[in-house]
Design a protein around this ligand. Structure first.
Ligand SMILES: Cc1cc2nc3c(=O)[nH]c(=O)nc-3n(C[C@H](O)[C@H](O)[C@H](O)COP(=O)(O)O)c2cc1C
Length: 224
């Protein structure tokens, strides 16, 4: 666990702010409580659970004795981006290190289903905001999953300038839809055949977690 966290900490960090913390959870009761928020069994059934938070609590302590007003910066939208990017880089470092060590991982954005409850469960103070979790564990023996195909290179890589050719993008998405439909078909023996576009429509049409701005503001972040 320590090796993973230290690998995470070696990630680049914007302006050396280190505006994140990692909460390691192995207490079963706390995991159970987090599972109620997430609704996903592997929040409990794992080797170890990390929760990644934006953290300006330590900067707030420096601010207490500072001559300038720092809150304008860490309470800004830019402060939010910096903290979220920092935490994502740390988490991805941990993910690749864990996978290199033979473990499996799954990210858990579902912890944001109820931010207030997560704050309570993890005793998060002001200026700290839960972004996502990561369950780490031994991959199951019956793990037969092949890698989920990503969007084609040409679709996500733009040379020198953004290519906003709608026809081209639509055509690439259409082809990718077939790839993903085939992937699910094969992986589930025909039980699932949905396309990527259908998944996206379901997910984004669902309009979940629309309270994030309120929750961030309650934590003292994104004031401007
Ligand atoms: C920030 C973040 C949050 C995620 N949250 C969840 C989650 O709550 N539950 C889940 O099962 N997968 C979650 N995932 C995993 C993605 O669904 C998964 O990475 C994506 O479908 C691609 O599949 P693959 O990583 O297995 O190739 C999350 C991934 C990221 C990066």
């Amino acid at each position: 666990m320590r090796k993973l966290v230290e690998a995470g900490q070696s990630a680049s960090t914007s302006s050396f702010l280190q505006a994140y913390s990692i909460i390691g959870v192995d207490d079963v009761k706390i995991k159970e409580n987090l599972k109620e928020v997430s609704g996903q069994p592997y929040v409990v059934e794992n080797g170890y659970l990390f929760v990644f938070v934006i953290d300006y609590y330590r900067h707030r302590l420096i601010d207490d004795n500072a001559e300038t007003n720092m809150e304008t910066a860490y309470g800004s939208t830019e402060g939010l981006l910096v903290g979220a990017i920092d935490a994502a880089l740390v988490a991805e470092n941990i993910a690749v290190t864990a996978e290199d060590m033979g473990y499996g991982i799954v990210f858990l954005g579902s912890l944001r289903n109820d931010v207030e409850r997560v704050r309570e469960i993890l005793n998060l103070p002001d200026y700290v905001f839960p972004l996502f979790g990561m369950a780490v564990g031994e991959p199951a023996d019956d793990e037969n999953g092949s890698a989920k195909p990503r969007l084609p290179f040409e679709h996500v890589f733009h040379h020198n300038q953004y290519n906003d050719d709608k026809e081209q993008q639509r055509e690439q998405i259409k082809q990718y839809d077939q790839t993903i439909s085939g992937y699910y078909d094969k992986r589930t023996n025909g039980q699932r055949q949905e396309t990527w576009s259908q998944q996206i429509e379901t997910f984004l049409g669902n309009k979940a977690r629309l309270d994030m701005l309120d929750q961030l503001r309650k934590a003292g972040l994104i004031q401007r």
